[in-house]
Design a protein around this ligand. Structure first.
Ligand SMILES: Cc1cc2nc3c(=O)[nH]c(=O)nc-3n(C[C@H](O)[C@H](O)[C@H](O)COP(=O)(O)OP(=O)(O)OC[C@H]3O[C@@H](n4cnc5c(N)ncnc54)[C@H](O)[C@@H]3O)c2cc1C
Length: 445
């Protein structure tokens, strides 16, 4: 019998298992696909290293350093070049750099004069009690212009989501906390600057983010692939986990379980334990990722930044594009460059139904004039993510409350993964670490 079975071998499941194993528990991971990583997927083809899921991770998890050291991965950890601080916004056919400091903001051609003036009143704007969308919050505290050209595109870049639906309280917790704790975003930002040093920035690994999950999986050792958990049956004081590997039915006994799959997968398992599970209602945004390799000389834009985002007002299925080969060295053959375009999202789910050829044609039609590209790519790779990112929309608290109540009623079953408390890889690392450390503490009593 296991102490814990972790369902799902994405970053959340693997990080949780890492700590439980270090803490001396008898554990295993059950993963339905033939590979670990979940949304983290790196491919190497024709000398190009392409991330088909997350490209970079913000180094703001307090657990990252210890895990990297525990896996002896220090020499593989790499940080994005300083150039990544420059981010472009698409406006009327052109790419304009987003201001990187308050002074630049006042001189930026992106924002109107009135929105520059409006920002001066931000410290005096009152809080409201009701739960707001990111759009409502931005209009109230800042301006329509900032929503259009900064916050909206940011929401696209992170959530592939709709700012008119996402809850500011759940989707952008840190921003919401600035208002709650300091009464103002500007006052909060100034106060935070006096705090601990900011993170070192965006990281990856020499062989891409898959190197991290592969190393975690090797450490965990007992990872069962191609095996889908279908049911959990309470049995005396413990649980029976019923899984399927092809035609074979597998039954394992365990004292505890951590669930990390998406909401449909967790919802199916949980509904058999408690018919009221509402997880199937959690909305997801789909995303299509398109990696494009060009001869460097064929792109006239300097590609001197992280990439660009397209505001939702242009109603384009292309959400933005990363200048991937400008961020890390050794990811493309010499004299080549790599772009990663992302399309679709909550506002353009139709992209998912396009043929690969149509996606490529459409993307090139958009990118060529923006980046002054003179030829077709030498290489491309497309990945469609149907349920890419859970959307923490207005009312998200209902799902969090249900999960908390369920965990009280079913001792030692934990609901984890990215569906409730944070979607970034760094949030997943933090939340999975905190959960496991809490479990270890309770087990040592
Ligand atoms: C295209 C894309 C781009 C992104 N870009 C970024 C980025 O740049 N930076 C960033 O920080 N974040 C980014 N994210 C978000 C981040 O990658 C994810 O939120 C995070 O990786 C989720 O990890 P997870 O382990 O919680 O879930 P997942 O990665 O979804 O892993 C869950 C695992 O559970 C398995 N599973 C599900 N059900 C079962 C079952 N019944 N039995 C067994 N196994 C099961 C699945 O196969 C999967 O492997 C991106 C996400 C996507 C999709």
């Amino acid at each position: 019998m296991y102490d814990f079975i972790v369902v799902g071998g994405g970053i959340s499941g693997l990080v949780s298992t890492y700590w439980l194993k270090k803490g001396g528990l008898d554990i295993c991971v059950i993963e339905k696909e033939e590979y670990v990583g979940g949304s983290i997927k790196t491919i190497k083809k024709n000398g190009f290293l392409v991330e088909l899921g997350p490209n970079t991770v913000l180094d703001n998890s307090p657990y990252l350093k210890e895990i990297v050291e525990g896996l002896s991965l220090e020499k593989s950890l790499i940080y994005a070049k300083k150039i990544n601080k420059k981010r472009y916004i698409y406006k009327e056919g052109k790419l304009l750099p987003l201001p990187s400091n308050p002074l630049n903001f006042f001189f930026s051609p992106i924002f109107s004069f009135s929105s520059k003036l409006k920002i001066l009143r931000e410290p005096f704007v009152k809080r409201v009690e009701k739960e707001e969308t990111i759009a409502e919050f931005t209009r109230r505290r800042l301006s329509e212009d900032l929503l259009k050209y900064a916050v909206g595109p940011f929401v696209s870049g992170v959530y592939a989501g709709d700012p008119e639906k996402l809850s500011v309280q759940w989707a952008t917790k840190k921003i919401y906390a600035l208002e709650r704790d300091y009464g103002s975003l500007i006052k909060g930002a100034i106060a935070k600057r006096k705090g601990p040093a900011p993170s070192k920035g965006l990281f990856s690994f020499k062989k891409g983010l898959y190197e991290f999950v592969e190393s975690l999986s090797n450490f965990v050792e007992r990872v069962f692939l191609n095996t889908e958990v279908e049911e959990i049956i309470p049995f005396k004081e413990i649980y029976k986990v019923i899984a399927r590997k092809g035609d074979e039915k597998i039954e394992q006994e365990t004292k505890g379980i951590i669930l990390t799959g998406d909401s449909i997968s967790q919802g199916k398992i949980l509904k058999k334990l408690d018919g009221s599970c509402p997880f199937s209602e959690i909305p997801y945004a789909s995303v299509v990722i398109l990696g494009l390799g060009f001869k460097r000389e064929e792109i006239l834009h300097p590609l001197d930044g992280f990439g660009f985002l397209i505001p939702q007002i242009y109603n384009k299925p292309l959400l933005g594009c990363l200048f991937s080969s400008s961020l890390f060295d050794d990811r493309v053959p010499s004299n080549f460059c790599l772009l990663t375009a992302f399309l679709g999202g909550a506002l353009h789910p139709e992209v998912l139904n396009l043929e690969e050829r149509e996606i490529l044609e459409y993307t090139l039609k958009e990118l060529k004039p923006i980046l002054k590209i003179r030829s077709n790519p030498e290489f491309y790779f497309i990945k469609k993510w149907e349920r890419a990112i859970p959307q923490y929309n207005l009312g998200h608290k209902k799902f969090v409350d249900w999960a908390k109540d369920f965990e009280k009623r079913f001792k030692n079953i934990y609901i984890s993964g990215n569906l409730l408390y944070g979607i970034s890889v760094a949030d997943c690392i933090t939340n999975a670490s905190e959960l496991s450390l809490k479990i270890l503490k309770e087990n040592s009593k």
